[in-house]
Every structure is written in structure tokens, then in C-alpha cells.
Design a protein around this ligand. Sequence first.
Ligand code: FCB
Length: 452
Amino acid sequence: MGSTSQDIYINKQVFGDDFVWGVSAAALQIEGAFDAHGKGQSIWDVFSAKKGKILNGDLPHTSCDFYNEYKQDIDIVKQLNIPCFRFSISWPRILPNGSGEINQAGIDFYNRVINYCIEQGVEPWLTIYHWDLPQNLEIKGGWTNREIVDWFTNFATVCAQNFGDRVKHWMVMNEPGVFTGAGYFLGIHAPGRTGLKNFLPAIHHAVLCMAAGGKVLRELVPGAEIGTTFSCSYIEPHTDKPKDVAAAKRVDALLNRLFIEPVLGLGYPTEVAALKGIEKYKLPGDEELMKFDFDFIGVQNYTREIVKNSFFTPYVGASLVKAEKRGVPLTDMKWEVYPPSIYQMLKQFNGYPQIKKIYITENGAAFPDNVTDGEVDDPQRVAYLQQYLAQVLKARNEGLKVSGYFIWTLTDNFEWAEGYHPRFGLIYVDFETQQRIIKGSGHWYADFLSGN
Ligand code: FCB
């Protein structure tokens, strides 16, 4: 089914036969089974149990029970004609203490999932780390402890050795900017630490781990396509006053450049004064260890941010003008619906000649969904996806690198600090009964992907 959006006729064919289509998910958000069959605790199991950390006191303990329901969900991926399914490995499910003994039951679970995908003709795309650090490693300092480079190298090695014979598309990390920023600076995500003394070492060690993970995969999974993913938001100044423009540049460095540039060999964007302190965590030789020549970069975009100068905001001297105050269309996350953002970010990432290939590895929206007569009609989500896709197509037609698009996400799930409230899925989940209902957007994607 083609559709017209912003004067662009969109169907699958116009993206070309080699364009990759998929849907993304993450272990902690979908699996549940938080203590099943030898799994260790993750920082999210511990953080979510603390009072006031997660909206409504929601816990990820059961979620949509992908651990038990994976066949049903992969069947739906197939039914919706989605060629690729991106999901992540729970570190404490396969290494309960973070390092040391392997939990074979965890390995077996991912083997079942991977094998079932392949049997159904669905290509598994694996993310090694999507934020669920083993609690045992957090006790030892987590991302602030440089030893994490060894722990992570071992984790990546276990993944590569066990799944590399069948998985040919890998992402080392999901959005390091979010798990370090929200988890080690703002304290609003697990493990809930704050301040530059935690944030700066966490950044540097995450960068070293991205590169180390890439090297492990290249060595152990020959022929695999190896990438890593970054969050990004198009940044615009509130006014064209030089102070706002400068503030927007600082926020852009923090949100969009901080992790990609060191990986590309460009170093940290230390024009942001607060980031200068990162130098003290670097050891001689680190510049080399921070680099890796990824086969692709995963760009993940949802919205844009408007930035103004703010003398009183420490470290960055900038603040965001909230979308709620701007009278713009919002999703349930209170993120602005702003389709050109994805085009602008593709343009920005295309500005790095070192990047060989780009996939959009996440894009999607939460809207309030209701079940009426057994159906979930979600025209706002369909419109969002169509409009963002039109912008991806615009980029592609202009010759920018973009080789694929993955929707966030398959099923409604545990949305981190927001709990179960925001529903991002193409599939509605009743968390009491585990019943699934394919939403209108799921049917739309299926029609779109059928190419008719
Ligand atoms: C991204 C995360 C993903 C999900 C979406 C809504 O930042 O990678 O896990 O929470 O946002």
C-alpha cells in the first residue's frame, strides 16, 4: 500500500531493493523472566525496585514476557512481512556475575530465539549492550571503572563465540549518550548516579568498550556487518542571538557528537567546557583504542530540541525549551513530532566522510492506544511513521547514505523510567493477560512491506 505524505508518494519500492527494513527491541524492555534459570540481577532490576524511580512504581520483572512468548512474537514479525528483527542480549542472563561463569540456560534462550527467527525467515540483528549492566559489575564501579573494558570484551567474546555462526549483523552498543547521561549524570536511569565524576569516566569507558567490542566481533565473526548505534536530536537555537546559537552548538556537541567523533578518530568535542575533565581519564595510547572502523552506524532519532542560553545551568550553560511549552504536536513522551529532524540528522551524520554506511536503527512514537471491539486503531502512529519515512526517502533521493530503517518497537514494553505507560509497539500488549493485538500501524507496516 503506498501512501502520500508531505507530497511524497511512499512505497517500499521507491527505497530500492537493497534497502533494509526491520523492527527493534531490547532485552530488558521485553523479556521479563528477571530471575529465571540462573539469570543475575541487572542494574535495572535493582534501580526499578527503589521507590520513586519508575513512573507508577512499574517493574520490568515480567514485561511482555518475551522470554516465554518469543515464538508468538516472532510469528507476528513474520506475519507483518518484517524482514529483520533487532534485539539485544541481557548481559546478566548469560553472565550472571558480569564476568566469570557462563549461564548455559541464558545462552540456550538466545539460541532458541535466533534459531526460531531463522526458521521463520526473519534475519536476527543483535545488539550486544542495551543498558542492562549486571548489578555485580555496578557494585565494582560499573561504567566508571576502567576494568569494564575487560568485562565488556569478555561479554562480547561470549556473544560472538555463541551466536556468531548464525548472526551476521551486530551492534556493539545502544545509545551510549543515553545510558551514561541519564544513568551516570542525571541519575534518572539505572544505576542512578549523578555528577561529572561519574559521567566523565563512564563516557570514556563506553567509548573504549565500543571500539573493543567492534574488534572482538571483527576477529571472531568474519564477514559479519558490525555497527553501533547513537541517539541524536536535531538541535536548533531558540533565537538567532549569538548566545542562543552558541548554546545550541554546545548541546549539539553533547547530544550528537560526543560518542561518534572519538570513534571516528576525531577525539572528544572538548569545546564544551564540562567535557575538558575527560582528559584525566585517558591513558597514553587511548586515542588509538577509542577508534574503530565500523561497517555501519545506527542513527536513532525521534525528535528535535530547541535550545537557549542559560547562564544558571551548570556545565553547559544551555537549557531546552520544552516542546510542551511550544504548542507543537507531541507524542506521549512529550517529544515533539518533527519529521525533518530525521532528515537533518542523516545530513549531519553524512557529514562524516569516515562513516561508510548508515541505518536508521530506531524511530517510532508512543501515543495513547485504546482497545475498541478487540482492535487498536492508531492513526497518529501511522502518520508519524509515514512522515518520518518521507524524510528518510528525501535524504536517500538526495544521495545521502541511508541503507535501512527499523521501527521502534515490536510490542508495547517497559519504557525505562516511564514504565509501562508509553506504548511504542506495533503490537498492543495487555500486560495482565499477555494478549497481543496487532495495531493499525502493524497492519500498515505489513501492507507497506508487502510492496503492493
Ligand atoms: C531509545 C532507546 C529505546 C527506547 C526508545 C523509545 O532511546 O534506545 O530503548 O526506549 O528510546
